[in-house]
Ligand binder design. Structure first.
Ligand code: NAD
Length: 347
């Protein structure tokens, strides 16, 4: 059914806004910087703790700072003079990372506590926080044929250990800064995001990138065989990066969403096996699949209920998985070939 979009985005509102993107050396932050720059914003500051040479994407004309935002003094420096703060810095990764490194995930609470306080003190007008579908009650996600999760399903709370609990408490910071201090905060619960300029290798990558890489490698080394984590039946929805950055902008400029967590994801539910089949079609191969039942797999199934976002924004992420994966596969193939040739990957 056609929807009528109801919100304005930042470009329409104020082109001279001073924007801070924290976590800009990473996947979503790097793409958000590019998104705002492409919309014509001139005053963008990008911050990450990684050395600049390791940032996934560097956008010319943007002020880049290397700061560890788990320290309050660095947060204060980062937010100086900023109107809008987009907080995407976190120590995170795919299932392999968040199941094994719960302490590192929990320690992101330092970033979130210091960032929101610093942004408030600096007089920022808006603060965006990147939460996650991992905040949802895990008891509701045991079966691959789950009912899609609506925003109220985070409570009573039984979030993903480590990563999910940290996100939930940081959401609460956002809600209380609005309730007690009148600071405008915005909270999106991202469901899996994928696309070019993301992590595709090294242990922090998520399923779409990992499976693209495995198929590329299987073709390259002639084995035509891939090992899949789990039995292939677990289900998820995956949103393409362009939808994610558009959604961040829309959510942060919707007054009805102040301090109100909202799902940001597609409702196109697929199993890991279906994901592999889509990538096989893109690659033009059929690989032999083996299953590693001892590998980290996460909850049985998770989907995004988009009733609320459609009602409030008249919009939802809708780039088809097949289309987004084709672009992602092509990009990862290029990175794979560059790495093999001993060249630097990502720009
Ligand atoms: P990413 O790992 O690519 O980017 C995160 C960035 O934060 C990294 O570049 C990292 O160096 C930086 N960072 C970590 N600790 C820092 C610190 N102390 N100071 C400064 N920078 C620091 O991850 P992403 O996929 O771009 O995720 C961005 C945000 O979205 C995170 O908050 C993540 O939890 C959330 N999220 C992502 C997904 C997804 O599917 N990618 C899903 C749900 C939520």
């Amino acid at each position: 059914m056609p929807q009528t979009e109801k919100t304005s985005t930042l470009a329409a509102a104020a082109p001279d806004t001073r924007i801070l993107v924290a976590g800009a050396g990473g996947f979503i932050g790097g793409s958000l910087v590019r998104y705002f720059k492409d919309k014509g914003f001139a005053n963008i500051r990008a911050v990450d703790k990684k050395p600049l040479s390791d940032w996934y994407r560097k956008t010319p004309g943007v002020e880049c700072l290397c700061l560890d935002l788990s320290h309050e003094k660095n947060c204060r420096r980062a937010v100086e003079g900023m109107d809008e703060v987009y907080q995407l810095a976190a120590d995170m990764g795919g299932m392999g990372f968040i199941e094994r490194f719960r302490i590192e995930c929990l320690r992101s609470v330092l970033i979130n506590a210091h960032m929101i306080e610093s942004a408030y003190r600096a007089g920022a007008a808006r603060y965006f926080f990147s939460s996650s579908a991992c905040v949802y009650n895990t008891d509701l996600q045991k079966n691959p044929k789950i009912t899609a999760l609506k925003e109220s399903d985070a409570y009573p709370a039984m979030a993903e250990r480590g990563y999910g609990w940290e996100k939930l408490i940081s959401e609460m910071f956002c809600q209380e800064y609005w309730a007690e201090r009148g600071f405008k905060t915005f909270i999106a619960r991202f469901h899996n995001v994928y696309g070019p300029w993301g992590t595709w290798d090294g242990g922090r990558e998520k399923a779409p990138a990992a499976l693209c890489r495995k198929i590329i490698k299987a073709i390259d080394d002639g084995t035509n065989e891939i090992k899949i984590w789990g039995d292939g039946t677990r289900t998820r929805s995956y949103q393409y990066i362009d939808d994610c950055v558009t959604g961040i902008d829309k959510i942060t400029h919707c007054e009805e969403l102040i301090a109100t967590p909202i799902n940001l994801g597609t409702s196109e539910l697929v199993s890991v096996n279906e994901l592999v089949s889509i990538i096989e079609k893109i690659a033009g191969v059929a690989v032999k699949r083996t299953y590693d039942l001892t590998a980290p797999q996460g909850v049985g199934g998770r989907n995004s209920d988009n009733t609320f976002i459609k009602k409030i924004l008249g919009w939802e992420p809708d780039i088809p998985l097949r289309a987004g994966l084709a672009k992602t596969y092509a990009w990862i193939k290029e990175q794979y070939e560059r790495k093999k040739a001993g060249l630097k990957t990502v720009d």
